[in-house]
Design a protein around this ligand. Structure first.
Ligand SMILES: Cc1cc2nc3c(=O)[nH]c(=O)nc-3n(C[C@H](O)[C@H](O)[C@H](O)COP(=O)(O)OP(=O)(O)OC[C@H]3O[C@@H](n4cnc5c(N)ncnc54)[C@H](O)[C@@H]3O)c2cc1C
Length: 308
């Protein structure tokens, strides 16, 4: 690396769960393609008059305290949601902070469970007040000298949230490097903010948007297409960027998604994005087992990861 990665100083927990603030919903709309069974919503909060105004950086999260109590009669715990607006605020307005929320629904032993906080948020109406905390997160950030780097961003599901903000932040501030967003989801109807990213791709020559639709797209060998498949399948687009000295990788979304990305980076010889412990050094990356990788492959300083 010829550039030093300097992360900005951030403020943490201006508001704690014991002393939350109140923000107001100003927007709540579906941001997946119409008729998707996996509802994801874009929510914007007015934070004016609170100390969150202008103090939440892209890549950070805010906490939401849903009302009500759990089965033990204790107040529900806070849940974290990545900010999907840029640091300067939604539409450049420092009083507006957005997030991207997926309704979680689970069937277990014949009973349907709806996630407490995500469904609470998804049901909110414009004008409703919400208890919020934060910000949180001090590592999953764009460097202070953001324009000195190139970026490959990998997202699954609502992992797209921080990347919406980062893409806006970089491209609208005269960024001239390479920026690629690789998004993975099961079905085409699960694409999130797809129209927005396609428009940005048309507008900015240095931005590429790659989608991997695992249950619909097939690779040349007939296997499913996941985000990590792009490292092999889109070599013409990605390898020249990975090879550059000042490229950073960001990974956000479902826990476990990082494994395939690490493995394929190693297969392609891009070891500089990883810290590989001696135990795996003698094993070909193609043969790495996930159990071994958990302990023996870590992101290097050039790789940023937020999985949940
Ligand atoms: C750093 C960070 C950033 C995040 N960013 C985002 C984001 O941008 N957008 C986003 O949508 N999420 C994000 N999350 C996840 C978010 O914090 C919540 O975990 C998520 O919304 C689920 O919370 P919930 O209250 O809706 O579900 P919970 O009520 O906590 O339930 C979790 C899951 O378990 C199921 N369940 C509940 N009870 C049972 C039971 N008895 N048996 C079986 N299943 C059950 C629910 O249906 C649900 O699927 C982030 C998490 C982290 C850590």
């Amino acid at each position: 690396m010829s550039e030093e990665i300097v992360l900005p100083e951030v403020e943490l927990n201006i508001y704690s769960p014991k002393d939350p603030t109140e923000v107001t919903v100003v927007e709540n709309y579906i941001c997946t393609i119409e008729n998707s069974p996996n509802f994801v919503r874009h929510l914007t909060f007015d934070v004016s008059g609170t100390d969150l105004e202008g103090r939440v950086r892209v890549g950070q999260s805010i906490g939401i305290l849903p009302p009500g109590v759990n089965e033990k009669g204790r107040p529900h715990k806070l849940r974290l949601y990545s900010v999907s607006s840029p640091t300067k605020g939604e539409n450049g307005n420092s009083t507006l902070i957005s997030t991207t929320v997926k309704r979680t629904i689970e069937e277990f032993e014949g009973k349907l469970y709806t996630g407490i906080c995500s469904n609470y948020l998804a049901d909110l109406q414009v004008g409703d007040k919400v208890k919020a905390t934060g910000p949180s997160g001090r590592r999953f950030l764009l460097p202070q000298n953001a324009n000195d780097f190139n970026y490959v961003l990998f997202a699954t599901g609502t992992g797209i949230a921080p990347f919406r903000g980062m893409v806006i932040e970089l491209l609208e501030s005269g960024f001239k490097g390479d920026l690629v967003l690789v998004f993975g989801c099961p079905y085409r109807t699960d694409l999130i903010y797809a129209d927005f990213f396609r428009k940005m791709e048309q507008k900015y020559d240095n931005f590429q948007y790659i989608t991997c639709i695992s249950r619909e797209d097939r690779r040349a060998d007939g296997s499913k297409k996941y985000v990590q498949s792009s490292i092999e399948d889109c070599q013409d687009q990605l390898s020249p960027i990975f090879e550059k000295e000042n490229t950073l990788i960001y990974i956000c979304g479902l826990k476990g998604m990082e494994a395939g990305i690490y493995q394929n980076l190693a297969i392609q010889g891009f070891d500089e994005y990883l810290v590989i412990k001696p135990k795996l050094e003698t094993i070909a990356p193609e043969d790495w087992k996930w159990e071994d990788m958990k302990r023996n492959v870590k992101p290097s300083t050039r790789t940023f990861e937020e999985v949940y």
